[in-house]
Structures are given as structure tokens and as C-alpha cells.
Design a binder for this molecule. Structure first.
Ligand code: SF4
Length: 194
């Protein structure tokens, strides 16, 4: 007797099991919805983040779990992990970054097109972690600006997901003019980036 094969037998109910991205702030009417261009672009960007994982050690393994089916980063529209900086907009640095690697992290950041965001994941990327030594960079914010820090050694996948949700908040609310503003230019100049 062949063994019966069970497929996904749990029927999903559209209303209760599948959540749909909420509409931005605006004015609904009969047959139309009015909002600002800023909100529409923010909504599209925050739900289609393309991460670039820069993993050098143990925290990278935790990221692999975050990408797996149990935690499923894809539900945030972030399943398209890329390894070409030119196609990604979120640099996720995970692991111990030796001082020799600092210029490499910066080069990868420079190869990413604007708008780009950065997450420092784990104690090592945030602050050097337990490696308070001559050879380890004491936080990647010494070479590139960081938007969200995720603490922990290693952080659990839930913490990485929480960090991504915070990045989504930043992305969704960011003004389209921010990247052309004096404050942002001064921030980049403080890192020697034109
Ligand atoms: S923070 Fe801890 S787990 Fe993550 S790379 Fe450093 S030593 Fe490894």
C-alpha cells in the first residue's frame, strides 16, 4: 500500500489568516483615496526592502534561522536577500568586524544606491561585543552611519525581526527630501562620504 501523502490541508481563510498591508494616512471617499506621494512611496519602500546580509560570524547563523520557514522574514516583503550591494537597500551587518574589515564594510555601503539603511545586528557589530581588543572594530558606526542597533550575543531571531520592523517604520515615515537635506549631508561628511 503506498503511504498517503498529506499536502497543506489547513485551509487559509482570507479575512482572518492573511493580513493585508494597511493603507497610509489619507482621505477615503467613494471610489477614491487621497494621500501624499511621500506616504505612497514610503508604503512601497517599507514593504519591499531588499536586505544585504554582511555576516562574518555566529550572528550570521541566527540570521539564517530568521530567514527560515519558522520565522520567515519573507512576510515583511524582505525575502529577496541580495549579495550585490547595487541592488540592495538594507545593509545588515552581523558578526565580529575586525579593523581590517572596516574599509570593506564601508566600500559595500558606498556601492549601495540611495536610499540605503543600515542595521547593526549583535553586540559585536553594535559595539565590538566581548572583543575589546586591538584588532576588533568597536562598532560599525565608526565607519558607516547606523539606523537600527539590535543588541544580544547573539540576538534571537525575534530581536532581528523587531529590528527589521523598526527599519520599516523609519523607511515608511522618511521624508523624500531627507536625503537632500543639510543634516543628512553633514552626517555623511562626518564619515568622509561626499
Ligand atoms: S555578538 Fe556574540 S554571537 Fe554575535 S558575532 Fe559577536 S560573539 Fe558571535
Amino acid at each position: 500500500m503506498p503511504r498517503p501523502v498529506a499536502y497543506n490541508l489547513i485551509q487559509k481563510k482570507l479575512e482572518s489568516d492573511i493580513s493585508i498591508v494597511g493603507a497610509p494616512e489619507g482621505h477615503p471617499g467613494e471610489g477614491f483615496f487621497a494621500t501624499s506621494l511621500n506616504n505612497v512611496i514610503g508604503l512601497a519602500r517599507k514593504n519591499s526592502i531588499w536586505p544585504l546580509p554582511f555576516a562574518t560570524s555566529c550572528c550570521g547563523i541566527e540570521f539564517m534561522a530568521t530567514m527560515g520557514s519558522h520565522y520567515d522574514l519573507a512576510r515583511f516583503g524582505s525575502e529577496r536577500v541580495g549579495f550585490s550591494p547595487r541592488q540592495c537597500d538594507l545593509l545588515m551587518v552581523m558578526g565580529t568586524i575586525a579593523k581590517k574589515m572596516g574599509p570593506v564594510v564601508k566600500q559595500v555601503y558606498l556601492q549601495m544606491a540611495e536610499p540605503r539603511w543600515v542595521m547593526a545586528i549583535g553586540a559585536c557589530a553594535c559595539s565590538g561585543g566581548i572583543f575589546d581588543t586591538y584588532s576588533v572594530l568597536q562598532g560599525i558606526d565608526q565607519v558607516v552611519p547606523v539606523d537600527v542597533y539590535v543588541p544580544g550575543c547573539p540576538p534571537r531571531p525575534e530581536a532581528i525581526i523587531d529590528g527589521l520592523i523598526r527599519i520599516q517604520d523609519l523607511v515608511g515615515k522618511e521624508s523624500l527630501r531627507r536625503r537632500n537635506g543639510d543634516e543628512y549631508k553633514a552626517l555623511l561628511e562626518s564619515y568622509g562620504i561626499q
